[in-house]
Design a protein around this ligand. Structure first.
Ligand code: ADP
Length: 479
């Protein structure tokens, strides 16, 4: 069975968030099961520079505002899988963020940049671009690839099935109606039953209406997005498609995320946690925190946005400090949150550290060195950092929502005996709930025997890609 994955990010070439990690791992896990998998990516500088052995497949254009477009094929550096890359310098050869310009606003031609991605996917499906390889299934990810199913639907003879995965429903790719002309889609699709969304065009809605099957990245999020609270205005569409919507949890790449990784101060394992203390001391020293061992070190590795509950954490910070704990933050995002954490660090240099920036190796040192990873997200489709933290015996403290609810089991006193507790889970998104949960974590930390027991259990959790890939394969076969 031939599967084409279509996405805008892939670790380690271009990464803005968890999507990149998934696109690095899921196609490889499917290939391991014997499927013939390829990936289609936009030709951002990081992708063109990082691919191996690129060869041109076909030259097309002008299209989508680009005069010349060359489709290349080459190998991905980590998995060795084949990937098509769309080299359209006018659209993709830009410095800085792949979605946002230097003025802080989304690139004004994003509808063309990502419309082209879906359009090329549909033409790979039809065999017009590469007659040697036609997929049975096109699997598109997030709004950036969201037009693939609707372009495929323009070709009534096409047998290829489409699957669409929602990694985050809050980002929808919404553009003014007059962009339709640039996308080459017929006017008749601009209706409330098509891709029209409150007088605009929505790439996400197009995907939800036109793909054969819809998945999202955890079972709980699959239920939540059918409600007005989490549906971002698309809950009605998702309720209509409920029979075709399922949740499949993301996995973790154990080669990259494990307590013997080369980026951390000292390797350790569930049976021998001594190295973890060395990692904690090293992280405290690196960040200029006092080398205290008695209180827990809480950490954040996250985009700093209100989605992630970072404003609540800032509000709860005085309570965390009163517990005698420390906080280390690694993240970038909204100015007021970056400023808030910087300010807190300046006011409490021995207790709070804030590294405002993006640093992959440092993320590993945070996961290994911290005692608790804070993920108080208001909503969280799956969340990867809590899964990474579990691998390192760093107990996640999370809001019971989306994939966080599916992957962390609460260890507050009543539940300790359950033999399954792996972290701390709170129910309400407010300062009091997060502070209470921090208090529970600090209380358990004082009982080091119980703490180690939960740590070991956390490290034994198996969120491998093998399970998820088996679910995706079953879904493809059902098509
Ligand atoms: P999202 O995709 O919503 O940002 P996820 O938890 O699914 O959240 O994935 C976030 C990914 O980005 C993880 O791999 C995490 O380690 C990484 N990450 C987030 N912020 C940073 C940062 N400042 N430095 C390094 N890695 C980061």
């Amino acid at each position: 069975m031939r599967i084409l994955h279509v996405a805008s990010e892939i670790y380690p070439l271009v990464k803005a968030g968890g999507l990149a990690d998934v696109i690095a791992s899921l196609p490889a896990a499917l290939a391991k099961r014997g499927l013939d998998v390829r990936v289609l990516l936009p030709g951002f500088p990081g992708i063109l520079n990082g691919m191996l052995g690129l060869k041109p497949v076909i030259r097309i254009g002008p299209a989508f505002g680009a005069a010349v477009i060359t489709i290349y094929i080459g190998s991905l550096p980590d998995s060795g899988l084949l990937a098509y890359v769309i080299d359209a310098p006018f659209l993709y050869q830009r410095q800085g963020n792949i979605y946002v310009g230097f003025d802080g606003f989304e690139w004004s031609d994003n509808h063309r940049r990502f419309g082209l991605l879906g359009w090329v996917a549909a033409h790979v499906a039809s065999g017009e671009l590469d007659p040697d390889w036609r997929p049975d299934v096109v699997h598109a990810h997030d709004w950036h690839a969201g037009l693939a199913p609707i372009y495929m639907a323009q070709n009534p003879g096409l047998k290829t099935a489409s699957v669409f995965t929602i990694h985050n429903l809050a980002y929808q790719g919404i553009f003014p109606m007059d962009c339709l002309a640039d996308l080459g889609l017929p006017m008749r699709q601009l209706t409330p039953h098509g891709i029209e969304f409150h007088g605009m065009i929505s790439f996400m809605k197009a995907a939800l209406v036109y793909s054969k099957k819809i998945t999202t990245v955890s079972p709980t999020y699959a239920r939540e997005i059918r409600t007005p609270e989490f549906g971002c205005g698309l809950d009605g569409v998702l309720r209509d498609r409920a029979g075709d919507l399922s949740g499949i949890l993301n996995g973790v790449d154990p080669e990259i995320w494990n307590p013997e990784d080369p980026d951390i101060a000292r390797p350790y394992s569930a049976d021998n946690l001594k190295g973890k203390m060395a990692c904690k001391l090293a992280l405290q020293s690196e960040l200029g925190l006092s080398n205290q061992a008695e209180g827990p070190l809480f950490a954040v590795v996250s985009r700093l946005f209100s989605q992630k509950g970072m404003d609540l954490l800032l509000a709860a910070l005085p309570d965390l400090l009163r517990e005698g704990a420390q906080l280390a933050v690694l993240g970038t995002g909204e100015d007021y949150l970056e400023e808030g954490f910087r300010h807190a660090a300046a006011a409490n240099p021995e207790k709070v550290a804030a590294f405002v920036g993006y640093d992959e190796a440092m993320a590993h040192r945070f996961f290994a060195g911290a005692d608790v990873l804070l993920v108080p997200s208001r909503f969280e489709p799956c969340g990867l950092t809590q899964l990474y933290a579990l691998r390192y015996g760093t107990l996640p403290l999370v809001h019971r929502v989306g994939g966080l609810a599916d992957t962390v089991i609460d260890a507050t006193p009543g539940n300790l005996q359950s033999d399954s507790a792996t972290g701390f889970v709170f129910d309400d998104v407010d300062r009091q709930a997060i502070s209470d949960s921090i208090h529970e974590a600090c209380t358990l930390y004082r009982d080091q025997i119980a703490w180690h027991q939960v740590q070991r259990r956390a490290m034994e959790q198996d969120f491998s890609w093998d399970d998820s890939a088996a679910h995706y394969e079953a879904l493809y076969r059902s098509l």
